[in-house]
Design a protein around this ligand. Structure first.
Ligand code: FAD
Ligand code: NAG
Ligand code: NAG
Ligand code: NAG
Ligand code: NAG
Ligand code: NAG
Length: 543
């Protein structure tokens, strides 16, 4: 696992070090250089033989000139990077397992909150912000990837990004892939531990459905693989979120076959093109059509020729050639009127770029670019749908979206493999019976930062508007679409009953099993955050 491809070099590429963001100038360094926590922590680390000789390479305090760059490098939502955002007392950029072990032991000894960050894509920024004093364990140096095509497996460390993983697989084989999300810059650590879905989910399920081994470092600093951690903990870190249980070091993945040629399409329709009928029909088709076909539906308010309307974009991936796709569509979803001209045949790796919104002249090397990423400022929420929205419901929804003007929705089709996997197979419970998942979104940039509240509020209004149509008791939500609106434990200081509020939305009945695992592996609740799994109250957790 250690001898792997080029970018596993523990040192960042020069281009990254040169990266200077305007935002860096916004940081205020209020932490005193003589902070006792810094001294205690450094003293503790220096007492460990494995870290003492390279301490200066892995610890960044706010008085270090690289601190703000390191912090900023994996901030993906600028909402959580303002002058008033609480900053970490320290950032530890671990270079190897021993550094992580020492960080856990020392943070626990000092009693300081530890936040773990891999790709930093958390929608609420909880891997790099906190409302109590904290330090960050940054995983970006730990990004080895070892692909074994003969075995059809790959070991990937948490600090690798999805793009690096898919690139490494592609280098070894053009007919192997892995079902992960469509954003190449997501970190493996957060993405896979929280479930991980992408356009292969109807064929192969989630990332976690294709994980066969893992390495985690627990609160005692032990490095545990699947055999050593046992099946309960191994179950928990496949969808329960890693950060409640320990530091996930790596996952071993089962690769999946992909054909040499796949077909993609992107078809846009507005309300004036009768998009309503198509969207209505899509709800009866998207989860039942051939498993080789995934059709995402993107809905956005827009203005065309000074008329306010809603634009629907149907984005497809078909695991096969365009002729086969057209015949699937002819019987399955003729209303869309897909034509040969709409279809683009390409290799699977090129389809990753297409879905990542890169233009068709972009090189595959872009997948190694750790700096790409989402829009500057954003808010997301999620829902699940089990019955189609009636026609009248859709019509009034368009009115609402146009009235709001900013917030949009993405409908992601379920069905196929997702229907076959039992709800309790992994902590991720949203399986059979779901037609699609909704992601609510609003994106904006720095110029609009003053409208933050307004745009966040729009997603909430839309979410509230959708109440009659979506899942109930609980109103289900996807862990990786972090949304603190649906409940928080204030860093685990508060109660088990509070955790239950979001816990059953994310995990349904699996929440209680996660609590048991938590009680077993981390009874004192060292590994905690705003939406973590609490231990049972009788074991140190609070009621
Ligand atoms: C632009 C964009 C597109 C997205 N698209 C998709 C998509 O297509 N499919 C999908 O499923 N999701 C998607 N997501 C959501 C994404 O899966 C989550 O944000 C995921 O948690 C990101 O992982 P990360 O390592 O980058 O995040 P981080 O912010 O680093 O971490 C997220 C959470 O995981 C914890 N964590 C991180 N690393 C570790 C570790 N090594 N051990 C233990 N805990 C750890 C953190 O403490 C935090 O709680 C998208 C997000 C963005 C911003
Ligand atoms: C930064 O702060 C630490 C902790 O107080 C101190 O030991 C160190 O000398 C400081 N470095 C600089 C360059 O000020
Ligand atoms: C981690 O790196 C340090 C310093 O190079 C070294 O002393 C230690 O043995 C390493 N640990 C592992 C597990 O490689
Ligand atoms: C900043 O931190 C790096 C890495 O820990 C260290 O090499 C460097 O000497 C520090 N610089 C200052 C000014 O403290
Ligand atoms: C939309 O549907 C109406 C009624 O079914 C039809 O008359 C009209 O031609 C359609 N418009 C488009 C652009 O397809
Ligand atoms: C790439 O995109 C351009 C512009 O959309 C198009 O004209 C061209 O035909 C495309 N090339 C390939 C190989 O698909």
């Amino acid at each position: 696992m250690r001898n792997s491809f080029q970018s596993s070099n523990p040192f960042m590429p020069v281009s990254m070090l040169l990266f200077v963001s305007l935002l860096c100038t916004l940081f205020s360094f209020s932490t005193a250089a003589t902070d006792p926590i810094y001294n205690n922590f450094v003293q503790c680390l220096s007492s460990k033989t494995s870290t003492k000789d390279h301490l200066s390479k892995i610890i960044y305090s706010p008085n270090n000139s690289s601190y703000s760059h390191i912090l900023q490098d994996y901030v993906r939502n600028s909402r959580f990077s303002t002058p008033t955002t609480r900053k970490p007392l320290l950032i530890v950029t671990a270079l190897n397992e021993s550094d992580i072990q020492a960080t856990i032991i020392c943070a626990k000894q000092i009693g300081i909150q530890l936040k773990i960050r891999s790709g930093g894509h958390d929608y609420e920024g909880i891997s790099y912000v906190s409302n109590v004093p904290f330090i960050i364990l940054d995983m970006f140096n730990l990004r080895s990837i070892n692909v074994d095509i003969k075995d059809e497996t790959a070991w990937v460390q948490s600090g690798a990004i999805v793009g690096e993983l898919l690139y490494s697989i592609w280098q070894k084989s053009k007919v192997h892939g892995f079902p992960a999300g469509v954003c190449p810059t997501m970190g493996i650590g957060g993405h896979i531990s929280g479930g991980g879905y992408g356009n292969l989910l109807r064929k192969y399920g989630l990332s976690v459905d294709n994980v066969i081994d893992a390495q985690i470092i627990d609160v005692k600093g032990r490095i545990l693989d699947r055999k050593a951690m046992g099946e309960e903990l191994f179950w928990a870190i496949r969808g329960g979120g890693g950060a409640s249980f320990g530091v996930v070091l790596a996952y071993k993945l089962k690769l999946v076959p992909v054909p040499p040629v796949v077909t993609v399409f992107r078809v846009m329709k507005t309300l004036e093109d009768n998009a309503s009928n198509l969207i209505y029909r899509w709800q009866f088709v998207a989860n039942k059509i051939d498993n080789n076909l995934f059709i995402r539906l993107l809905l956005q308010p827009t203005t065309i020729k000074s008329k306010n309307t809603v634009r629907a974009t149907f984005i497809g991936l078909f695991l096969g050639d365009s002729n086969s796709l057209l015949s699937v569509m002819k019987t399955g979803f003729p209303e869309l009127g897909l034509t040969k001209q709409d279809c683009k045949e390409m290799s699977w790796i090129q389809s990753i770029l297409f879905w990542g919104n890169f233009d068709n002249s972009t090189s595959e090397n872009v997948l190694l670019d750790r700096k790409g990423g989402p829009p500057n400022f954003f808010k997301r929420k999620s829902d699940y749908l089990k019955t189609p929205i009636p026609k009248e419901g859709l019509e009034s929804l368009w009115k609402k979206m146009i009235e709001l003007g900013k917030a949009g929705m993405v409908f992601n089709a379920y069905g196929g493999k997702m229907d076959e996997i039992p709800e309790s197979a992994t902590p991720f419970p949203h399986r059979a019976g779901n037609i699609f998942k909704i992601q609510y979104f609003a994106n904006w940039n720095e110029d609009d930062a003053a409208s933050d509240k307004k745009y966040v509020e729009q997603t909430r209004t839309l979410y509230s508007y959708m109440t009659p149509f979506v899942s109930k008791n609980p109103r289900e939500a996807y862990l990786n679409y972090r949304d603190l609106d649906i409940g928080t434990t204030d860093n685990g200081k508060n109660t088990y009953n509070e955790a239950k509020v979001y816990g059953v939305k994310f995990f349904k009945g699996n929440f209680y099993r996660l609590v048991k695992v938590k009680t077993m592996i981390d009874p004192e609740n060292f590994f905690r955050h705003e939406q973590s799994i609490p231990p049972l109250p009788s074991h140190g957790g609070r009621k």
